[in-house]
Unconditional design. Structure first.
Length: 265
């Protein structure tokens, strides 16, 4: 693993004094993007365009607008393209540095190897289209003193088949109900998290680990993990072809929600 770019002093870069907590974000942008192939064969998923901007460009602008001082982008697949596009973050008004994985560490493994995560911080996937208030989410996490917070969104999932119900206790072959194409509601992770530094102690240096595994480890250790349920926020993960097509259409229609400082037309 290598770090790319200076770990700039965010206070010096932004004029922020040392009396307030630094708002730091870590964006995970190293995945192969298998579900979006063939596009991601030549372009990393975070650089896939929605409208006239790559999805990660939208995220970086949102983080800067939300008052984040420092952003670390974890790269892997086609890392050089991401690093060349975003540079040191000067044009965004946020200090950007990079951590490049030389082997995949899952979605949270790299966190254990980053320097300076000594305050509560936000971390997220680099392919999320949302208007979630990142600053409010991190502030709420800090106030809760939880080890981790997960941004949650209610998602309807329709089963496009007839679903059979059985009497599992008396006769597991006796049908007791038949529901045609039912719809279920679930609270799903938005791919946006906040962590306390103490959560990182449950990751072994160099270990490959994903978000769900870390959350379960925290719960098993008796730590508090909280959810921030969606309150009208828009959210879409662009990891699949159909969701990506939706994101392209809805970004243009709802641009003012994602980038309110920019003209919509």
């Amino acid at each position: 693993m290598i770090s790319v770019g200076p770990a700039a002093d965010p206070g010096a870069a932004t004029g922020v004094g040392s009396l307030r907590s630094v708002k730091r974000a870590v964006v995970l942008a190293g995945g192969l993007g298998m579900r979006l192939r063939p596009y991601t064969t030549v372009l990393p998923k975070p650089l896939m365009p929605v409208g006239d901007r790559p999805i990660l460009d939208v995220i970086v602008r949102q983080l800067a607008r939300a008052g984040f001082d420092r952003l670390t982008i974890v790269t892997g697949h086609l890392a050089e393209l991401i690093e060349a596009f975003f540079g040191d973050g000067e044009r965004y008004g946020i200090a950007i540095d990079y951590f490049r994985e030389d082997e995949p560490l899952g979605t949270v493994g790299a966190l254990r190897l980053l320097d300076g995560l000594d305050e509560d911080f936000l971390t997220m996937n680099g392919d999320v289209l949302t208007d979630l208030a990142y600053d409010g989410f991190l502030d709420r996490h800090r106030a809760s003193r939880a080890a981790a917070s997960v941004a949650a969104h209610r998602r309807e999932v329709q089963v496009s088949l007839g679903v059979l119900q059985f009497d599992d206790e008396a006769d597991d072959e006796r049908i007791t109900g038949y529901v045609e194409k039912p719809t279920y509601d679930y609270e799903v992770s938005m791919g946006v998290y906040a962590f306390s530094p103490r959560a990182l102690a449950l990751i072994e240096p160099g270990e490959r680990l994903d978000f769900p595994d870390l959350v379960l480890r925290l719960i098993e250790a008796g730590e508090v993990v909280r959810a921030r349920r969606s309150e009208g926020d828009y959210w879409l993960d662009i990891g699949r072809h159909d969701d990506y097509e939706t994101a392209i259409d809805e970004f243009e229609r709802m641009r003012h929600r994602f980038l309110p400082d920019e003209p919509s037309g």
